[in-house]
Design a binder for this molecule. Sequence first.
Ligand code: ATP
Ligand code: MG
Length: 236
Amino acid sequence: MVYGKGPKAVDDLSFEIRPGEIVGFAGPNGAGKTTVIKMLTGILKPKEGNASIHGFDIVKESVQAKQNFAYVADDPDVLLQLTGLEYINYIADLYGISVEDRKKRIQELVGRFGMEDALGTPMREYSHGMRQKTMIIAALVHNPPAWILDEPMTGLDPTAAYTLKQMMRKHADNGNAVLFSTHVLEVAEKLCDRILIINHGKFLYQGTIQELEEAHPGKSLETIFIEMTGGNVGEE
Ligand SMILES: Nc1ncnc2c1ncn2[C@@H]1O[C@H](COP(=O)(O)OP(=O)(O)OP(=O)(O)O)[C@@H](O)[C@H]1O
Ligand SMILES: [Mg+2]
């Protein structure tokens, strides 16, 4: 992937997320996580290579591919003139969800994130976390098998973050795939079956956290990450 005339933002990346798995995506600021996620979700077109979701090529079969994943972007500040409910319904319309199906699904998701009282208010009046919760609810309303979440926990309070983590685990345990980027290594450590570590647009590691820690005995994931990505922790 190349932005304009710049160097390659990401290069030579190959990975697969299998049913039943939560995969964490970590890497320093500017490493290429959002770029990869935008290519996976069809927002950016790679110059070379391809991606498929649930067996559908994101470029050649984009409509089918898009029906099969939920995407939470890294920025929840969209369409702020709409109320939360208007935004969620707008997304449900795009996916052609019947009024009956969406009512049940919205009620359930809104209840889980405690957003009942805010739904009628324009999103410009929401806090950052409330906007983030609304984006998550809207992304999940069509109940797709694959979840692709770019820093989904950012701004969520501990209860909402816990709820989302539980939902991610349950979704994967039901045979679905979850990919999420995060800077919080403790979350990755607790939640992920595998982790991808990226820097300068290339993978430094893909595998389980356990294997990574075994390869660096006595070191914490934080230390391993900092050293791998070129930082220095000094004496631990
Ligand atoms: N629209 C753009 N035009 C030019 N360069 C871009 C553009 N978007 C991203 N980049 C560059 O691509 C590289 C990867 O950025 P990306 O947003 O994918 O990083 P990231 O890993 O998601 O970082 P963060 O942790 O800060 O979210 C960076 O060097 C960035 O400056
Ligand atoms: Mg990013």
